[in-house]
Every structure is written in structure tokens, then in C-alpha cells.
Write a protein that binds this ligand. Sequence first.
Ligand SMILES: [Zn+2]
Length: 262
Amino acid sequence: MPVNAYIVETSRGAVVIDSTLTVTDARALRSRVQELGKPLLAVLVTHAHPDHYGGAVELLGDRDLPFFAAGGVDAVIRRDDEVKEQIIRPMFGEEWPRERRFPNQTLGDGESVSFDGVPFTVMDLGPGESPHDSVWLVGDERLVAFAGDAAYEHMHCYLADGFWEPWLANIARLRAELAPGAEVHLGHGDPRGSAPFDWQERYIKTFIDALRAADWSDREAAKAAVIRAVTAYLPAADLQFLMELSVEPVAAQLGLLAGQAS
Ligand SMILES: [Zn+2]
């Protein structure tokens, strides 16, 4: 599963932001932290999807370390974890951790926690790519942001949660509130830090326009037409299954499916 997690090294320790999905990836992340020779100080999570919190149990083990989330992110993780178990176990088997750890400390929008004098501030975005998204800002200048899946680095996107309108509003908020030229580190794709917000907006609009343009009297043909339109916009196949999983749920949300009251 191509998903990013990040280690922020401070003078005396390491803070990990997001924790991957699989046991193997999370153990590799834990090894990378150990290689620094500094203690893990905390784990922070950006949003409520399992590819970002599932591996936390491997990072934390049975240590009682701080595990931070925006309050709404924490609530959705707890609410949806059992449903995610039903979906992910058949796909990933034993690579999906048998037990999951949930955040043990929550923050509200604009609140900060510091490690070695470095402030980590949460921007609580609310619904967006997931039912609850947030961004972690590191430092005081709004120049370094860990934004989860607020945008993807040119990979296909998961829209099945249906919050594409607030997602577009979140992008507008990030554009307005992050410092010009901010490094934005994302959950999927190149981790080095760009802000592909224009690309992301057009991806969402391409997907929604294709759903509305399709003839849903033939559901399979309509689904194929949407996939054609979106893969014309982004020919690379990375994470295409996430987009394909999103077609029918969002068509249903828009009242497009045959026999559905609109
Ligand atoms: Zn993700």
C-alpha cells in the first residue's frame, strides 16, 4: 500500500506523523526511528483513514506514549474502526494489525503541543477526504505542513466518503492559511513537499463531472465511462482502485443510480 509516514527529528527525540497501514511497513517505520538512536516522543495522526493510523500499534508497542489527534479525527477512528476491519481484513489478511491503537490525547483547531521546543499545531479541517481531516503544522511560520490526504501527489484518490464539497473548501482554506511556498508533505506519492492543490481540485471536478455526464441506465457502462474520464486526467495507475471504489458510492450520493429517487 503506497502510503507515506513521516519522522520529524528533534534535538532529543523523534515525532512520527501517521503510521502506515501494514504490519511490515509500520515495523520498517519503527526501525527507521530506532536507527536515529533517539526515543520516540509521540505519534500524531492527520486523519481518520486506516492507512494512516493502523500501524500505530506497531510503532507504540505496549509503550504508553502520547498519540495525538484532532478531537474529531479521534472520534471517527473509534467510530469506524470496526467497519474498516471488515473491509481491510479480507484485502490485507495478517498485514492489517489484529489490534489497533487509538489516540490518547486530543487537540482542538489551532492548539499546539511542543516537543524539544518545536511546536506542532493542529489545523482541524473537519470532513474532506475522510470523514475528519486535519493538518499538522511544524514550527510557528505555517511553512511546514503535514497534510495527510488533503491532496494527493498525483495519485488516484479516494472519494467514497462523499465529502468532496468540504474537501474543496479545505483546499481553499489551506491555500489561504499556509504560508506562500509552504512545504506540504502528503500521505500518498512523492513525500518531498509540494502543494498540488490546483491539480487536486481539477481531479475532484473531473471525477464529479464524469459521474454527472454518464448514462446511469447502464451502471457498468457508466462506471467504465467515469474511469475512462478520470484516467484520461491521470493516466498513471497508482491507487486507481481507490478511485474505482468511489464511483458507485458517490453516484448514489448524487442520486444518479437507476431506480434511485433523485
Ligand atoms: Zn490515505
